[in-house]
Design a binder for this molecule. Structure first.
Ligand code: PLP
Length: 429
């Protein structure tokens, strides 16, 4: 069944290729806990390996439970195709490794999750891929750092701890003029921001957060917007435009043509995932399908509660300042209202007035909030970023990134807002 709708409430439940199990009629997507899938005959095996026919071979590369999740995610995001992998980190790494090799560079926003910062600044650097970090406050910084070896721009929509929305359209347009795709990590704002509509070429997620939503499962996703003209930039992207010796000397843009504009994500599946093997288990894929079905409802409640928390903290005498997209003025405020729909996300940062250790003392006094290194759970969560997500930075770098001793980051859950506020009130007292 092809759905005509673009409404997320419906797509979260019906979007993608799944309708029911063709043999048993099961409606909920089963956990296809099988490593491999039987070929009809040797000719069928040849067709599957040659991508003349699409079908499942081996669960490291594809599986029916993963496929139901992937097609639903692509439908929800408005993309051409998706790939799910074992973690958000694997998704970020593959999104870049699919385009960049030793000697290449990527222009990267300085406003990043600490784990992604490490991926670029340490691990990809050792692979010979240079990350050129630029301040996203001025989109022109991306143009200034680009050259003919620049293979992608990389940024987060709603990065911690500044919580200033990334100028997606502005940077995507610069990239499109130069032939450089924008990859956006939309982990913190699914449905609230739709990066592909603003010109991003690829969206990545830590599905661990809002997509799963219940704090049970680690996973990641890459969504191919199908909107970047790889063939027009053949010299920059030989990976997609030149014969691939690891795949029968086939050319990915040509191989993908009968399947749709999905060369980018098809290559990740059939080369990087095949060779490196960070596959999502069918059980984990099932968990994310369950999560997705209530995503629109949860996001609405997360966003609603976060506005109440930001307002409450803004009026509290012990709070120095609140960091929340809905409260920003100037250019940051303009971007927040341009890009965010139906709310401002559910991450709230704030700075306590009172002394050096106030942030830690506040967190230790919370009762309903959990103190964990996570976001996007149905439960409300709190953390002092210097202890974890920004621990790779020196004290001065943390201060420059907005992580001061009085700083607290909250990930607002979907409990009743009055109970969330009551816990904040008692901890502040
Ligand atoms: N991107 C962002 C914005 C994150 O917050 C995280 C995890 O905290 C990741 C990526 C990495 O995801 P995972 O923990 O699923 O590997």
């Amino acid at each position: 069944m092809t759905l005509e709708t673009t409404r997320p409430e419906t797509l979260a439940i019906h979007g993608g290729s799944w309708r029911a199990d063709p043999v048993t009629g099961a409606v909920a997507v089963p956990i296809y806990q099988s490593t491999s899938f039987q070929f009809q005959d040797t000719a069928h095996a040849d067709r599957l390996f040659g991508l003349e026919e699409i079908g499942h071979i081996y669960t490291r590369v594809s599986n029916p439970t993963q496929e139901a999740l992937e097609t639903r995610l692509a439908a929800l995001e408005g993309g051409a195709a998706a790939l799910v992998v074992a973690s958000g980190q694997a998704a970020s790494a593959f999104s870049v490794l699919n385009l960049a090799e030793a000697g290449d560079n990527v222009v990267v926003s300085t406003d990043l999750y600490g784990g992604t910062w490490n991926l670029f600044a340490a691990t990809l650097k050792r692979f010979g891929i240079e990350a050129r970090f630029v301040d996203p406050a001025d989109p022109e910084n991306f143009r200034g750092a680009s050259d003919e070896r620049t293979k992608a721009y990389y940024a987060e929509t709603l990065p911690n701890p500044k919580l200033q929305v990334f100028p997606i359209r502005e940077v995507a347009e610069i990239g499109r003029r130069l032939g450089i795709p924008l990859i956006v990590d939309n982990t913190a704002a699914p449905l609230t921001v739709r990066p592909l509509e603003h010109g991003a070429a690829v969206v990545v997620y830590s599905a661990t957060k809002y997509l799963g939503g219940h704090g049970t499962t680690i996973g990641g996703a890459i969504i191919d917007g199908g909107n970047f003209p790889w063939e027009e930039h053949a010299a920059r992207f030989p990976q997609l435009n030149a014969p691939d010796p690891s795949y029968q000397n086939r050319i990915w843009v040509e191989l993908a043509r009968p399947l749709g504009p999905i060369a980018y994500v098809l290559r990740i599946r059939t080369t990087l995932l095949r060779d490196i093997g960070t596959a999502l288990t069918p059980f984990a894929a099932f968990q994310f399908i369950q999560g997705l079905e209530t995503l629109p409802l949860r996001i609405a409640q997360h966003n609603h509660n976060a506005v109440k928390v930001a307002d409450f903290l803004s009026d509290h005498p012990k709070v120095e300042r609140v960091i929340f997209p809905g409260l920003q003025g100037g250019e940051a405020g303009r971007r927040a209202t341009t890009y965010l729909q139906g709310g401002f996300g559910a991450l709230v940062g704030f700075e306590l007035k009172d002394g050096r250790e106030a942030g830690r003392r506040f967190i230790d006094a919370l009762r309903l909030f959990y103190h964990v290194a996570n976001i996007g759970d149905v439960r409300s969560l709190a953390i002092h970023p210097s202890s974890t997500t920004h621990s790779q930075l020196t004290a001065e770098e943390q201060f420059a990134a907005g992580v001061t001793p009085g700083y607290v980051r909250l990930s607002i859950g979907i409990e009743h807002p009055d109970d969330i506020l009551a816990d904040l009130r008692q901890a502040l007292e």
